[in-house]
Design a protein around this ligand. Sequence first.
Ligand code: KMH
Ligand code: ZN
Length: 310
Amino acid sequence: MNKVIITAALTGAMTVPTQTPYLPITPDEIAADAEACAEGGAAVVHVHARDPENGLPTSDQEIFGEILQKIKERTDLVVCTTTGGGIYMKPEQRVQVVHSWEPELATCNMGSINFSVHRVARRYQSSDYRYDWEEAYLKNTEDFIFPNTFKSIKVFLDYMKQAKTRPEFELYDVGHIYNLAYLIDEGIVETPVWMQFVLGVMGGIRATVYDLIHMVNTADRVIGHDNYNWSVIGVGYPHEFEVNTVAMMLGGHVRVGLEDNIFVRRKTLGTNAQLVERMAKLAHEFEHELATPADVRKFLNLKGLENVGY
Ligand code: KMH
Ligand code: ZN
């Protein structure tokens, strides 16, 4: 497809409320941001849930359901739910959203890695934090391994098969491309696959253009150029906009949002919609048309909003 898909990752689980006043927390805030991102040119939203009382990432299925229903009431966006969850969640809790709500698309993380945001804590004094849990949450990630064993990946894929949910494979390093190739070789995963190169997580590959090109070249060689379509995440500023701009030139798609980056300009915090709007401007500048949700459904062969469980 010639058009560019913008995914907006609205809230995530690694950004803490103290970092930005624009982080949507309640189901209403998340759905309002989804609508504003749709108006700005996003076709997909990537969704995590948070406890409305204190912003802590949650796997509460009622809260997930409320978010998904509210987004559906306000937009026709494709929703890609997380199965990455947050640092205190067990794999069974992370995948539950697929079983409960049968979304069109869900993430499938392709390997276990160190996944750390502990350096963010250096920017704040203990008294700066908005909520009690935030400081320890950030600091604890220095000792956090994001678990995605081959066995658990297979369990997650079984859930997705049953729910007719298409996986979006999240690849944080070159080895994850080889992990995906193994699943394709075994006949567990069919091609073409939809992949997300996740660049810039501390513990994975960095978010430079060199690293993006290395991921794309490796995927071309190992998965095969015609066997996959892809998007990219660049964690942090200015990496998000840099790797996304190059991705468009390489035939890839893009993701922005407060899950990955909080700045719309150097030292200027932005809303999700402002991040999408800047990305849409860059796409227009390079004469790329933006994909609509209908384009994405056709391109990724999704089951359609009429077949989700919410
Ligand atoms: N938090 C991102 C770096 C997921 O939710 O499953 C990757 C992500 C994965 O979005
Ligand atoms: Zn996520």
